[in-house]
Design a protein around this ligand. Structure first.
Ligand code: BGC
Length: 468
């Protein structure tokens, strides 16, 4: 299939995404405070081979070269996150000027290179000092977060117009406060429901604060979304799939749209009432300028009587014997199409943007090259599905690849590589993968009408097949 950037329209936003803890390293440099991830990774056997993000891609020290590399790949938009404890080492109170300086330099150089910054305010690295006071389980987190957000807008808002409030709240509350497999490693339904409600309040509160300081800002927030399907066409599996969908896809978007939590389909959520105070229902709602969709795979769900509260479980891709990525996630590009259709069907849904999409595969360096043809195919196929949704009328305005550099993949450590750019974590050497060259090529084409196809083929790097 011929995939051409022009088909998306001139205003479509193309970019790459990263997150502070996954790339920055310098975890205790220049007076940075500890985050919950700095602490969690030091606990035995929480992370694959006890790896950690102390150094990661050393982006804190190498951002200049990395931004130049990004620029050389024609990438016009860069989504990155701010490390809360780098600028507020205790979460609140005293500001760390060196942290502010770092993000100022990063923003300034991006702009100089013609790269527009898209800033995520919270990509999972809560200051440890705040976790000691209860973290997301403590309702005060809303004020702590609001204070941090307003600081960011005051310091960076003269140059940053595009903000994303939270990254995938269902993942950081689920993995971090229910299963305990991500920082801060807490478990149980009570922790999860409290954290969920406080994160849902904070996503709207944070957005309200940005708008109150910078009325011309473009504010969104991001959600992990997977197309959910029942394993078998039987009533029990269909019911299980509905519950899983409520949890995975609807838990945070529906209160934001003013619909409340999806308690009808997931009864256990009624217990969240315990944490709801007067006016909360009103305060959970906010009209975002856009909603960030982050999609990697689909989930197939079956009835499972022994799973508490849900009676549902995922049928793994391996069991289904389908093609998988290095995360053992099914390769299923059409998932993004279904998710876009589903989200756009809500009344009053703001425009959508794909703020993360990508795939981890086993990459091999040969002769200083990485020929990651599987990733390239995955990206092309997924982008084609975004176009399919757009051509059917879905308002989708942007697409960011996850991710620019191979990085620290949370509990999985460094082995799943998602980057367009390969990172040798011993030498910190970067090698642009063939998917990176493909993306650069795709992005460089101004208008297919003016460039004859045979010329496009000639200028493609690595003798690739141009734009197809
Ligand atoms: C997260 C990223 C993560 C990616 C791949 C998303 O859930 O926002 O931080 O690396 O998925 O797992």
């Amino acid at each position: 299939m011929l995939l051409n950037k022009d088909a998306f329209g001139e205003d479509f936003i193309w970019g790459v995404s990263t997150a502070a803890y996954q790339i920055e390293g310098a975890h205790n440099h220049d007076s940075k405070g500890l985050s919950i991830w700095d602490v969690f990774v030091k606990r035995k056997n929480k992370i694959f081979q006890n790896q950690h993000g102390d150094i990661a891609c050393d982006f804190y020290n190498r951002y200049v070269d990395d931004l130049y590399l990004m620029h050389s790949l024609n990438i016009p938009n860069y989504r990155f996150s701010i490390s809360w404890s780098r600028i507020l080492p205790n979460g609140t109170g005293e500001i760390n000027q060196k942290g502010i300086d770092f993000y100022n330099r990063l923003i300034d150089l991006s702009l100089e290179l013609g790269i527009t910054p898209w800033v995520t305010l919270y990509h999972w690295d809560l200051p440890h000092a705040l976790e000691s006071k209860g973290g997301w389980v403590n309702r005060d987190v809303k004020e702590w977060f609001g204070n941090y957000v307003s600081m960011c807008v005051q310091h960076f808002g003269d140059r940053v117009k595009n903000w994303m409030v939270l990254n995938e709240p269902v993942v950081f509350t689920g993995a971090g406060y229910f299963f305990g497999v991500h920082a801060p490693g807490r478990k149980g339904l009570g922790n999860f429901l409290a954290a969920t409600h406080h994160a849902a309040l904070s996503q709207a509160y944070g957005a309200r604060i940005i708008k109150s300081i910078q009325s011309d800002s473009c504010v969104g927030t991001t959600f992990s979304c997977s197309h959910v399907e029942p394993f078998r066409a039987i009533e029990k599996d269909m019911l299980a799939a509905r519950k899983a969908d409520a949890l995975l896809n609807r838990l945070f978007i529906e209160p934001l749209l003013g619909m409340g939590y999806p308690t009808q389909d997931l009864k256990i959520l009624n217990r969240i009432e315990k944490y709801i105070q007067q006016d909360d229902e009103r305060d959970l709602k906010f009209d975002m300028d856009f909603i960030g969709i982050q999609n990697y795979t689909r989930e197939v769900i079956r009835y499972a009587p022994f799973v508490p509260w849900l009676q549902a479980k995922i049928v793994s891709a391996k069991k289904r014997k389908v093609e998988v990525t290095a995360m053992n996630w099914e390769v299923y590009p059409a998932s993004i199409y279904h998710v876009l259709k589903k989200f756009s069907a809500y009344e009053n849904m703001p425009p959508l943007m794909i703020t993360e999409n990508g795939a981890a595969f086993q990459d091999e360096v040969r002769d200083q090259q990485v020929n990651d043809s599987k990733r390239k195919t995955y990206l092309k196929d997924t982008i084609a599905q975004v176009l399919r949704a757009k051509q059917e009328g879905v308002k989708v305005n942007g697409y960011f690849v996850w991710t620019f550099l191979d990085n620290f993949e949370w509990a999985e450590g460094y082995h799943p590589r998602f980057g367009l750019v390969y990172v040798d974590f011993t030498t910190q050497k970067r090698i642009v993968k063939s998917s990176g060259y493909w993306y650069a090529d795709f992005l460089s084409v101004r208008s297919s009408k003016h460039i004859p196809r045979h010329l496009v083929e000639q200028i493609s790097p690595n003798g690739e097949e141009g734009l197809s």
